[in-house]
Write a protein that binds this ligand. Structure first.
Ligand SMILES: Nc1ncnc2c1ncn2[C@@H]1O[C@H](COP(=O)(O)OP(=O)(O)OP(=O)(O)O)[C@@H](O)[C@H]1O
Length: 223
């Protein structure tokens, strides 16, 4: 379980996140929404241990981020907004490369299965020949190599076609239901968020989002 306890984040005098508290249970998918600049990526970066909160604490399966940062990191998979893969390498070479950086050993067959689970079957193709949607799927497959308990995704479906979107959505559902993963992801697509997520967290003051969320028929937390 993930417990986020009263975290705040300021950059200089600018307060970005103010007293944010929530928890995520295994098997839950949480959508993170809010206007541009509200602080969604900032929150994901903090949850991914890439940034520290100014105040507050986070606990993942009884491990405090403050005290057990390195151990906590092993349980987290993070897919940033920008795709970070080797364009000249094939899908296979990328998976093998990132497996070597991972703390967990996986066979080639397991690595290929991670891609197939994402409906990505271009194992031998150079990444530069793949579509944007396929690259996103590869980025997601890479984030799953070390079998994280908590998966954080920053706009995983932005700019990709409807079919790939659906496939990514289905895969996230499977990961939550079958593998009990906790998933948090940001999106500006309210329909997708409503369909996929168990709860929604809205960051920022914009009344537009708060009104939009009233129609979502989900558990909603606003900050
Ligand atoms: N390293 C930093 N130093 C100073 N300010 C920052 C830094 N990172 C982010 N910010 C500011 O924090 C605010 C929140 O940014 P963030 O990227 O988290 O928003 P967001 O909700 O993810 O936006 P978007 O929907 O556009 O991706 C913005 O005003 C941004 O300019």
């Amino acid at each position: 379980m993930l417990k986020v306890q009263s975290i705040t984040k300021s950059y200089g005098k600018k307060l970005i996140l103010n007293q944010i508290s929530f928890s995520v249970q295994p098997g839950e998918i949480i959508g993170l929404v809010g206007e541009n600049g509200a602080g969604k990526s900032t929150l994901l970066n903090i949850l991914a241990t890439l940034a520290s909160p100014t105040n507050g604490n986070i606990v993942l399966y009884e491990k405090s981020y403050r005290e057990k940062r390195k151990e906590v990191r092993k349980q987290i998979g993070y897919v940033p907004q920008d795709i970070a893969i080797w364009e000249e390498f094939s899908v296979e070479e990328n998976m093998v490369f990132f497996e070597k950086l991972s703390w967990k050993r996986r066979s080639k067959q397991e690595l290929q299965q991670l891609c197939l689970d994402m409906e990505l079957d271009k194992w031998k193709e150079p990444v530069k020949t793949l579509s944007g949607g396929m690259k996103r799927k590869l980025n997601m497959a890479i984030s799953l190599i070390h079998e994280p308990d908590l998966l954080l995704l920053d706009e995983p479906t932005v700019g990709i076609d409807l079919k790939s979107r659906k496939e990514i959505g289905n895969h996230l559902k499977n990961l939550a239901i079958k593998e009990n993963k906790m998933i948090m992801y940001t999106s500006h697509d309210m329909d997708e968020i409503s369909t996929l997520c168990d709860s929604i967290i809205c960051i920022g003051e914009d009344p537009f989002y708060k009104n939009l969320l009233k129609e979502a028929n989900k558990q909603i937390v606003t900050f």
